[in-house]
Design a protein around this ligand. Structure first.
Ligand code: SF4
Ligand code: ZN
Length: 274
């Protein structure tokens, strides 16, 4: 996707700010760009998943950065939106890993947060390494739906869904790290106590070894997925989208994925009706 099609001069861009190096780098760069566009606006959104001893530091780093940059900062939490914390989910005996719940619920929470700040786009800090790892994981799991990168123009047709962009998706991780260091940024580097995705870790190491021997391989993997994405997206978008019978979010099924997960955890109905 080109930078031109990602953003418009009058966009209100919600930036998903976790406090890690990628999102800190993204916010700093978008802040510089925003200054050239008087009708554009930035607002950072942070999700507190409820991970004790981990998220608190990230939230304070995020708040400090937003104060320094003069950017509006909105924080919401899994507890507030869904009545559950990641610590509690991680303690439940569940079929899925904590990260699977966290990813799905955070996606929904980010959409709610982006809507709250009036965002017309939601920017996330995924870098090239993240994208290449995810592409291989999706192939390994045969997850055709997740392989699709729905163009922003198609995302904009979905009511209630804030279109997502990934401005750093072709920037290697080491460059986002370098930018964070050279700008003297404070960012969280501690690992999440619930993050035990061994397969992603192995793919990451393998890709780094292969990239060293075959420079450009990570780009090649991502662009191959983009090529496959077109025909799959056409089919996916033809599927009937309806409102989740529990929360009203758009979904191809009667009940959306976050509600299905929350039901399996016996924490439905949502604490706040979000
Ligand atoms: Fe959530 Fe997993 Fe990331 Fe921890 S490592 S914040 S549980 S996705
Ligand atoms: Zn739902």
């Amino acid at each position: 996707m080109t930078g031109q099609s990602m953003l418009e001069p009058n966009d209100v861009v919600g930036v998903a700010l976790s406090g890690g190096k990628d999102s800190v780098t993204l916010l700093r760069i978008l802040c510089k760009i925003e200054k050239r566009y008087p009708h554009a606006k930035l607002a950072a959104v942070t999700i507190d998943e409820g991970i004790s001893g981990y998220r608190d530091e990230a939230i304070s780093i995020s708040a400090e950065l937003c104060r320094d940059l003069g950017v509006e900062h909105y924080v919401t939490s899994f507890a507030e939106l869904f009545g559950v914390t990641m610590d509690r989910i991680a303690n439940e005996r569940t079929e899925l890993r904590p990260c699977s719940y966290c990813g799905v619920l955070r996606r929904k929470a980010l959409n709610e947060a982006a809507r709250h700040v009036g965002a017309t786009k939601l920017a996330t800090g995924h870098n090239l390494d993240d994208e290449a790892q995810t592409a291989l994981l999706n192939v390994m799991h045969g997850d055709v739906e997740r392989m699709v990168r729905v163009p922003v123009s198609s995302q904009m047709t979905l009511t209630g869904f804030v279109p997502r962009i990934k401005p750093l998706s072709s920037v290697p991780e080491r460059e986002t790290m370098l930018y964070a260091y050279t700008t003297g940024s404070r960012f969280q580097s501690a690992a999440c106590p619930h993050g035990n995705d061994a397969l992603r870790g192995d793919i990451r190491s393998m890709l780094n070894r292969l990239e060293f021997k075959h420079p450009g391989l990570k780009y090649t993997i991502c662009s191959s997925v983009d090529k496959l994405s077109g025909p799959i997206a056409a089919t996916k978008l033809r599927r009937r989208i309806r409102s989740c019978i529990l929360c009203g979010s758009l979904t191809p099924n009667d009940v959306c994925e976050p509600c299905t997960m929350l039901k399996s955890l016996n924490v439905y109905p949502l604490a706040t009706g979000a």
